[in-house]
Design a protein around this ligand. Structure first.
Ligand SMILES: C[S@@+](CC[C@H](N)C(=O)[O-])C[C@H]1O[C@@H](n2cnc3c(N)ncnc32)[C@H](O)[C@@H]1O
Length: 306
């Protein structure tokens, strides 16, 4: 009996190597398929790739100071900088498509939807926050005439799906093209007294279970092949670094999403605890043997095509 060659199963038939011409054809076909894939969810043109120098393609996000060119105000403690939804929408949506933000807060995402010509749907639990956000959205330039909806609801409740499907139908769409989740980082900032608020989850397990319900809702509405971004940071608990971001990542992967990126975003200049408190934290870090948070995560997932 002939010896099996290394790397082939004993007795398996070995296919001939493709000729140089065939290999070029296969590579060309792959390039065409990749361009078609990008074109299915984004207005970016692969042939122009060198001109997109303001688009972040690395996993270290140094966004610099807050973009103050719209009606955004950094007064809502816990809002993200507009550059985050800008980057995500430009890469992962086409003009006119729908972006869903399940923890809308002051609606940075919906404001950017108007400015970048995307339809937007947000969900926010706190009535006063939603009211203030609606006033801010109304001030945003809307050159492309894009409709946005901010729904006062619980992103973890199954009944919210019907509200979101109605909003989608009103926008003339049947699915969401990009989902953004920027939940509380558990109880780091308490957003309200509402027990349904993720910042009031009594334990980490309860927080992750609530996040799982919200992610399940987002996935149900997300078009297959499209992206979900999770913006989250870690915490300290009982003297230990708690990798909340990675725990949340596991929740998303367990729901069947493909992990595409763990981007580390600098929060330098925008940290929790500035001024005198920062000095106190530095002192405590040195004394107690820990490091101060200078980053959070912008994790990217893709819903399989099915
Ligand atoms: C980190 S903030 C999001 C800030 C937002 N990205 C912005 O730029 O303003 C989290 C938001 O989630 C809201 N929230 C907490 N639990 C919620 C729930 N169960 N359903 C919907 N919103 C919730 C909080 O009220 C808070 O406004």
């Amino acid at each position: 009996m002939a010896e099996a060659r290394p790397g082939t199963a004993r007795g398996a038939v070995r296919l001939p190597e493709p000729s140089a011409g065939e290999a070029i054809t296969a590579a060309r076909r792959r390039r065409v398929e990749q361009a078609a894939d990008l074109g299915s969810y984004s207005d970016l043109d692969l042939r122009q790739w060198k001109s997109y120098d303001d688009l972040i393609l690395g996993s270290l996000w140094l966004l610099g100071p807050r973009d103050k060119s719209g009606p955004h105000v950094g007064d809502y403690w816990g809002n993200f900088v507009p550059q985050i939804p800008q980057q995500l929408m430009r890469r992962f949506t086409k003009r006119g498509q729908v972006v869903l933000d399940l923890f809308a807060g002051m609606s940075t995402t919906l404001i950017e939807c108007r400015r970048l010509g995307r339809r937007g749907i947000g969900v926010e639990l706190a009535a006063d926050v939603a009211e203030a956000a609606r006033a801010r959205i109304a001030q945003a330039a809307n050159a492309h005439g894009m409709a946005t909806r901010l729904i006062l609801a619980d992103a973890t409740a199954s009944e919210t799906e019907a509200l979101l499907r109605t909003a989608l139908a009103e926008l003339g769409r049947d699915a969401v093209d990009l989902a953004i989740l920027h939940p509380p980082y558990h109880d780091i900032i308490r957003f309200s007294d509402d027990p349904r608020d993720l910042s009031n989850a009594p334990t980490t397990d309860a927080f992750l279970a609530a996040l799982r319900r919200a992610a399940t809702l987002a996935i149900a509405l997300l078009r297959p092949g499209r992206f979900l971004a999770l913006v989250i940071g870690d915490t300290y608990r009982a003297g230990e670094w708690q990798p909340l971001g990675f725990e949340a990542m596991h929740v998303c992967r367990a729901l069947g999403l493909q992990l595409k990126a763990i981007n580390v975003k600098s929060i330098q200049g925008n940290e929790r605890g500035k001024g005198k408190r920062e000095n106190l934290w530095k002192y405590r870090a040195l004394k107690e043997g820990f490091y101060l948070f200078k980053h959070e995560y912008v994790m990217l997932f893709r819903k399989p095509r099915g």
